[in-house]
Design a protein around this ligand. Structure first.
Ligand SMILES: [Zn+2]
Length: 288
């Protein structure tokens, strides 16, 4: 089985990106896996601190691992946006393949300090086991929360400086970087700004590590393809699949008010998520 690091390298060589999709439940996991398998592409399952609390930390690892081992399929689990060394450590201990320490709200120095602590711990565990844990960090604030927003949140969207990105990677030793290059977390009713592809290129060059695009929901198709061509190796989608799930569920409940089998009630919601994921994966993998 390939490691996630090898998959990211392969994606970069091919000029495509790996899709990262969050789950809160089993339906979403199945929907994401079914879509990825259909297209035969690697995929990353994300759980944020809130999602992890709901799904269960060890449960999330077990669910993804059982699919990977049973089907010999490149599916990985990432601790999306964890805000302290303690929560990152807990996910590493539980068996996550990758972690994100989000210190975007901290000062540069504090962000470096906590990120470095996470990198050191991931390296220690990786060297003591047969794992290869990837650490991603954030530089530049792009808002938070996978929800629907009226406008771009205050302070979000200040773009990452390529020289600062170089310094940050050098000081922390991270494996991947999530820069601020135009996208914003969540869906924005008034529309999203374009991805600054020139900046993506520059940061990829100066930082020297693969780049991750957060806040993918609601971006235009060409922003994804241009962003990937410019040097994005992983794209995060969450809000779009949350919306698809809830809309699918509402419709299902309205259409069949007498249905009480949960797996039948949620089936249309799962299908709706699968469709979104399939379309996004086609785009990230430059498939027609
Ligand atoms: Zn994110």
């Amino acid at each position: 089985m390939k490691t996630l690091r090898e998959c990211v390298k392969e994606a970069e060589d091919k000029g495509v990106a790996i899709g990262h999709f969050n789950i809160s439940n089993l339906e979403a996991l199945h929907a994401i896996y079914n879509a990825a398998k259909k297209l035969d592409v690697p995929v990353i399952i994300g759980v944020s601190e809130g999602e992890e609390k709901f799904v269960g930390r060890e449960e999330a690892v077990a669910l993804v691992k059982v699919i990977r081992e049973r089907d010999n399929y490149p599916i990985y689990v990432n601790a999306d946006h964890h805000y302290s060394f303690e929560t990152v450590k807990a996910t590493i201990d539980a068996g996550f393949d990758a972690v994100i320490i989000d210190g975007a709200n901290l000062s540069f120095e504090e962000n470096v300090k906590v990120t470095k602590e996470c990198v050191n711990y991931a390296r220690k565990v990786s060297s003591e086991t047969s794992r290869d844990i990837l650490v991603e960090a954030e530089l530049g604030y792009i808002g938070s929360g996978s929800n629907i927003k009226d406008t771009i949140p205050e302070g979000a969207g200040i773009k990452t400086d390529p020289e600062e990105a170089r310094k940050f990677v050098e000081l922390t030793g991270i494996d991947m970087l999530a820069p601020s290059v135009g996208s914003i977390h969540g869906l924005i009713k008034s529309g999203k700004p374009h991805i600054d592809t020139e900046l993506v290129k520059k940061i990829r060059q100066t930082a020297g590590v693969p780049l991750v695009l957060h806040g993918g929901s609601g971006l235009r198709d060409e922003d994804f393809t241009n962003g990937v061509k410019a040097g994005i190796s992983i794209v995060h989608i969450n809000t779009e699949i949350r919306v698809a799930y809830v809309e699918g569920l509402k419709k299902s409940l309205a259409d069949k008010p007498e249905e009480v089998a949960p797996y039948k009630v949620t089936e249309p919601a799962e299908k709706a998520v699968e469709k979104i994921v399939e379309n996004r994966l086609k785009l990230f993998n430059m498939m027609k």
